[in-house]
Every structure is written in C-alpha cells, then in structure tokens.
Write a protein that binds this ligand. Structure first.
Ligand code: NAD
Ligand code: UFG
Length: 337
C-alpha cells in the first residue's frame, strides 16, 4: 500500500493544519482545492513549518475529469474531504448553493473513488447535525436534526456515505463531527484567514483585539447557563488535525462506517472565552450584549469518549493555548495570508 492521501480543501483552515500533520507523519499529500476560500500562501506556510510541500491541484471537487485525473496520476490510499461551504448564515440565505456544492462535491468524490478502487474516506462533518433540543453532552447516538441548511447538507452526506458503506463492505468511512475548532499552528505560519467579515466568535474576537473591528456583539446573555451566554466546546485545530491521523489509522484496520465526535468535552461560555482572550491579548475587548442569534443552541458540548477509546486520541491543548496560538497567528497576519 502507498502512503499518499488526497486532501480536498487542503488549503483551507482545517485542511492546511491536517495536511501539515499528515506530512509530518511521513505521508505524501495531494491537495485538491479551488481556492474559493483560501490562499496559496497557506501551502507556503506548511512548507515553511515542515520543509515539505504537498502536490497542489487547483480544481473544483465537483469536476469529475479533474478528480479522475488525480486518481489516475497519483496512487491514492485515502481521501480526506474538507472542501465545501461552511457558513450557517449564508446557507439560510442561499440553501440551493449549499446543497449543490456540499452534496455535489461528495457525490463526485465517492464516485471517482469507487472507479479508482480507493475505499478509505474521512469526511468533515459537524456538531451542527445534532438536534439542538437534545440534552448535552452530545454522544454520537444523540438525536440528529439540524436547524439550518448547512447542517442538513452534512446530515444528508452522512446518510449517503452510510448507505455506501452498508452496501459494500470494502469501504471504510469516518464521519468526523467537529465541535468548535479554533487556534492555529504555534509557529503562526498557518491559521484561519476568513475572506470577508468572519461570522465565528474567535476570529471576531481576534479582529476586535487587533483593532480591525470596534467591538464584539454578544448574541444573548439570557440563556439558561451560569453566566447567561452560550457554551461551546472549543478544540485546538492541531488536536483536530491529529484526530484525522488517528481516524485514518483506525480505518486502515477496520472497514465500515464510523462516526466520531472531535471535541474536548469541556464547555466554555462566550463570556469566559472573552476573558481568556482579554488575558492573552492584554487588552479589554469592547463588547455589547444584543439579542439572540437565530438558530443558536444554548449549550453544544461533545461527549468525545468514543473517539478517545477507539482512536486512542486525546486533545492536548487548553483553552488558553487555543487563544495564545490564535492571537499569535492574528498578530503575524493581521490581514490574513
Ligand atoms: P475553509 O473554507 O477554510 O476550507 C475549505 C476549503 O475548501 C477552502 O480552501 C476552499 O477554497 C475549498 N473549497 C470550497 N469549495 C470547494 C470546491 N467545490 N472544490 C474544491 N475546493 C473547494 O473551511 P474550514 O473551516 O477549513 O472547514 C473545512 C470543512 O470542515 C468544511 O467542510 C466545513 O463544513 C467543516 N467544518 C468546519 C467547522 C469550522 O468551524 N471551521 C466546523 C465543523 C465542520
Ligand atoms: N457569538 C457571539 N457573537 C458573535 C459571534 C458568535 O456572541 O459575533 C456566539 C454565538 O451566539 C454562539 C457562540 O458565540 O453562542 C459560538 O458561535 P460561532 O459562530 O463561533 O460557532 P457556532 O457554535 O455557531 O458554529 C460553529 C461553526 C459551524 C459548526 C459548529 C459546530 O460555525 O460551522 O460550530 O458546533 F457546525
């Protein structure tokens, strides 16, 4: 068996950290990315850190010819599928774009993998697939029922891949449900570089910290939580990346469909995160409490014990590390790459 992994969306935030971790583990990597939400400089950053560069193919993951060419040219052992659209808000405005892109990319990848005889796939799913009315922490068996089109695309893809694995036992597929990935590689050479105004809490806090935004709006402080703000399970992007390597190791030994939460199991409230960021940046974050954001659940925390036990994987970074590394990246790259 060869040692080459195809990473779709490998130039993006989570993909780039995972590509780095794959290269560091001795794998060869082919990145397929259309660079719709990323920069070639993330690839330079990877090389700067580890001295190795992945092969880069600039193409859309819905392009069957491009993908078939990649499988013919390179001997691929497994696919990590990150490519896709990820904004909950945008998905509410343009659901058809989300269904077309997220499902279209996955169907094409599955089809081209089948033709090429490649059967190991790790898919980037999300904690947003869980029904927000379920009582946290969420285990993999908790009820699903996303309340937005983005989450629906993830759930539909999970169902499609489950059917695929159930009908042909040669497939080994990992569905990784990420909670809230934050942070950056400690070198600060790669990190999260959202194009346009970010929607997520951590990149927004960083922008306020560096003076690119005036203040943070806290979306509601009347939730049923100790300080009234929502609670999330933040996970360091490097721990998330290692989770992928652990999943691949498992899938190389065990066929079938497997679902794992990638989270820490530790909840941090919006207010607590602001305090951590204030401590790390040494600045006070101007903030204002406004109304709730539609669709937010009060607490989203993982029960990660299945991943801990089956993958022999544990997150190593504290919430403070996450803030330190994200801030380091932000300071070195105030305008992104
Ligand atoms: P990102 O936007 O930084 O990375 C996605 C990458 O895919 C980008 O490089 C983009 O250019 C590329 N891409 C998009 N559409 C493509 C297409 N059709 N063909 C080829 N390349 C394409 O996002 P991210 O934060 O790294 O997220 C990666 C994956 O993880 C996504 O599937 C996302 O839904 C999922 N996820 C992310 C989070 C999070 O908070 N970041 C949480 C849960 C799940
Ligand atoms: N928040 C604010 N102000 C902001 C932005 C966010 O108060 O300006 C709050 C939100 O209300 C929420 C918390 O910060 O309570 C976290 O919000 P994020 O937007 O950072 O993250 P979400 O938990 O809403 O969603 C993220 C990703 C999804 C992914 C999900 C998995 O955006 O793609 O985590 O749990 F699916």
């Amino acid at each position: 068996m060869n040692d080459r992994v195809l990473v779709t969306g490998g130039a993006g935030y989570l993909g780039s950290h995972t590509v780095l971790t794959l290269l560091e583990s001795g794998k060869e990597v082919v990145v397929l990315d259309n660079f719709s939400n990323s920069s070639h400089h993330s690839i330079d950053g990877i090389e700067r850190i580890c001295g190795k560069r992945p092969i880069v193919v600039q193409a859309d993951a819905r392009d069957s010819l491009a993908l078939s060419h990649v499988f013919q040219k390179y001997d691929i052992e497994a696919v990590f599928h990150f490519a896709g659209l990820k904004s909950v808000e945008e998905s509410v405005r343009t659901p058809e774009v989300y269904y077309e892109e997220n499902i279209g990319t996955t169907l094409n990848i599955a089809e081209q993998m089948r033709i090429a005889g490649v059967r190991a796939l790790v898919f980037s799913s999300s904690a947003t697939v869980y029904d927000p009315s379920e009582t946290p922490p969420y285990g993999e068996a908790s009820k699903t029922g996303p309340n937005n089109p983005y989450g629906q695309t993830k759930l539909l893809i999970e169902q499609t891949l489950t059917d695929l694995a159930n009908i042909n036992d040669q497939w080994s597929i990992g569905l990784l449900r990420y909670f809230n990935p934050v942070g950056a590689h400690p070198s600060g050479h790669i990190g999260e570089a959202p194009s346009g105004k970010p929607n997520n809490l951590m990149p927004l806090l960083m922008q306020v910290g560096i003076g690119k935004a005036d203040k943070l709006f806290i979306f509601g402080d009347n939730y049923d939580t100790p300080d009234g703000t929502c609670i999330r399970d933040f996970i360091h992007v490097m721990d998330l990346a290692r989770g992928h390597i652990a999943a691949l190791r498992f899938l190389q030994k065990t066929n079938g469909i497997h679902t794992w939460n990638l989270g820490t199991g530790i909840g941090t409230s919006v207010r607590e995160l602001i305090q951590f960021v204030e401590r790390v940046t040494g600045t006070e974050i101007p903030k204002e409490v406004v109304g709730r954001r539609k669709g937010d659940s009060s607490v989203a925390v993982a029960d990660p014990s299945k991943a801990f036990n089956e993958l022999d994987w544990r997150p190593e970074h504290t919430i403070e590390n996450m803030c330190i590394d994200h801030w380091n990246w932000q300071k070195l790259h105030p305008d992104g790459y």
